[in-house]
Ligand binder design. Structure first.
Ligand code: CA
Length: 224
């Protein structure tokens, strides 16, 4: 069981890491929101323990960013603030539970175990088309049983195409959804990423799933 702790107070982070390791967990620690986000996006964790008040990017922003990228790793917030509106805000943003500092370590373990028992799936996190499968919660994609090694952007692009499979998506829409940018007509960022995605998703297989609709955009669908 791999756990990510995002906590800027060194003593607290060290105490949590030691306690969790004694209980059989494998633990990574990040001390800023940026580093925490990066780890959460690039590695697999069963749970993220996330401090709210962090230098730079705070815990709210981290969890919002992860959920927008469809990374559904469960999040347990740690915070010194106990105001009710903070609790509500955390849960609305997609946190799974909330623990107010100071807390007993046994309480943390109990909350963690309860979240881990529930599993990562608040909703169905599996998307499927033909032999292509994507697990949003675990951030994994495979085709014909073979794991696809995708970058975070390729993964997001594939999720978008798959969630709206059968629908032609314009480059503008894709750029907005995946890159959060206003598309500039001379930019070929979408084409470049579609090409890389095809190399992994389609090239090794006979049946092609990603199709170009000339002058419009792209569609993911199974064609006879
Ligand atoms: Ca803090």
């Amino acid at each position: 069981m791999k756990i990510l702790i995002v906590e800027d107070e060194r003593k607290t982070a060290a105490y949590l890491k030691r306690g969790l390791e004694e209980n059989g967990f494998v633990v990574d620690v990040a001390d800023t929101g940026e580093d925490g986000s990066h780890l959460a996006e690039t590695r697999q964790y069963e749970l993220i323990i996330l401090d709210v008040l962090l230098p730079g990017r705070d815990g709210w922003s981290v969890v919002t960013g992860l959920r927008r990228r469809r990374i559904e790793t469960p999040v347990l917030f740690l915070t010194a603030r106990d105001a009710i509106r903070d609790r509500v805000k955390g849960l609305e943003l997609g946190a799974d539970d909330y623990l107010v500092k100071p807390f007993a370590f046994s309480e943390l373990l109990a909350r963690m175990r309860s979240i881990l028992r529930r599993g990562p799936a608040r909703q169905s996190t599996q998307l499927r088309l033909a032999d292509l499968e994507v697990d949003l919660g675990r951030h994994r994609a495979q085709r014909a049983g073979r794991a696809l090694e995708l970058t975070p952007k390729e993964f997001q692009l594939l999720c978008l195409l798959l969630q709206r499979s059968g629908e032609v998506l314009s480059r503008t829409l894709i750029a907005e959804q995946v890159w959060d940018i206003n598309f500039e007509s001379d930019s070929n960022v979408v084409e470049v990423h579609v090409r890389r995605l095809r190399a992994k998703v389609d090239d090794p297989f006979e049946a092609k799933l990603i199709h170009t609709v000339r002058g419009v955009g792209y569609v993911l669908e199974k064609r006879p």
